[in-house]
Design a protein around this ligand. Structure first.
Ligand code: EPU
Length: 302
């Protein structure tokens, strides 16, 4: 979608927004799939209500992009513009055991920065790609750690009431790969409380997580991480593996040879290839195991 409204185009610089016309989302997502639209890079989130007000009044649909690492976007000309925060100069500030982080900050860099300040707890999250905002939204987790358990406060933009809100950690439910945020809430900043630990000890934990991940996940391939959630008491990866589906695919969309719950773009996979592969695998698991796999990946369809 192309923004042609003169009032909006004129207002963008004052709102600290940079327009990147005709951006291919394939270049902004870890699956390297997704069509074209105007991208608005936002430098100051305080102007978000005004920006979104302008878009709404002009009838321009919009979606919010974090790090693009857990996202499957449809191909072609997209019917909405995409908003994304630019990385701020200072992402993290620390006071005692409290860490204030900008939603646009990279999760892995944040874990490392906290470690250098002798704050641990998040070692398991080290290899999870994406932003702090994305991790919060999904309650990202790995190796027994979920980000939600450290959250004390979150500042969000609530689209439903068009306001900036401060929520206490206790007002938010963090569950397995799910939170009680509304789907169109936008994460702005978060305050985490982390336990004190010596740097060397944290580093050791980080090394262990990295090794486990390298041994079991296809980190050098284009993927969105695990594509399905694990059903209660079952493992999506193990079931897909047992069905003999590793390496199977539709076009260039493939089930990884290394971890069956990772679906890979092995070349020029289209969004239709990937969606068809998801549907086929979900159907095989349903007919054999009687379990309905739920997407972990977020799908942006038209
Ligand atoms: N397994 C197989 N074949 C496979 C993959 C896995 O038999 O191809 C077996 C493993 O041997 C193991 C079991 O399935 O016994 C579980 O596998 P794994 O330990 O790799 O964990 P997972 O349940 O597949 C979850 C998260 C990952 C996270 C890891 C480590 C989900 C959907 N996935 O994977 O998160 O990194 O645990 O904690 O919860 C993600 O969210 O994108 C993600 C990758």
């Amino acid at each position: 979608m192309r923004i042609s409204d003169a009032e909006i185009l004129a207002a963008l610089p004052d709102l600290g927004v940079e327009l990147r016309a005709d951006t291919r989302l394939a270049e902004r997502t870890s699956l390297a799939i997704g069509g074209t639209t105007d991208l608005l890079r936002i430098r100051r989130y305080h102007h978000l209500p005004e920006l979104i007000g302008l878009l709404d009044r002009a009838g321009i649909r919009h979606r919010f992009l974090g790090g693009g690492t857990n996202l499957l976007v449809v191909d072609g000309e997209l019917p909405w513009v995409v908003l994304q925060f630019a990385r701020p100069d200072k992402e993290v500030s620390i006071g005692g055991n409290f860490v204030s982080v900008d939603a646009a900050a990279d999760l892995g860099r944040t874990v490392t920065y906290c470690a250098k300040n002798n704050l641990g707890g998040m070692e398991g999250l080290i290899g999870v790609p994406g932003t702090i905002g994305g991790a919060l939204r999904m309650n990202a987790g790995a190796y027994g750690t979920q980000i939600g358990s450290f959250v004390r406060e979150v500042e969000i933009y609530r689209a439903a009431s068009r306001e900036l809100l401060n929520l206490r950690g206790s007002q938010i439910r963090f569950e397995y790969r799910h939170t009680s945020f509304a789907p169109d809430d936008i994460m702005l900043t978060v305050k985490l409380e982390l336990p004190s630990k010596p740097y060397r000890e944290i580093l050791q934990g980080i090394r262990v997580s990295n090794e486990k991940r390298r041994a079991s996940q296809p980190l050098d391939q284009k993927s969105a991480g695990c594509i399905f959630k694990n059903p209660p008491g079952a493992s999506a990866g193990r079931m897909i593996d047992e069905l003999g589906l590793k390496g199977q695919g539709v076009g260039d969309a493939r089930v990884s040879d290394r971890h069956a719950n990772f679906f890979i773009n092995a070349g020029r996979a289209s969004s239709a290839d990937m969606m068809q592969l998801l549907a086929q695998v979900r159907e095989r698991v349903r007919s054999t195991y009687g379990l309905e796999l739920e997407n972990e990946v977020i799908v942006w369809d038209r």
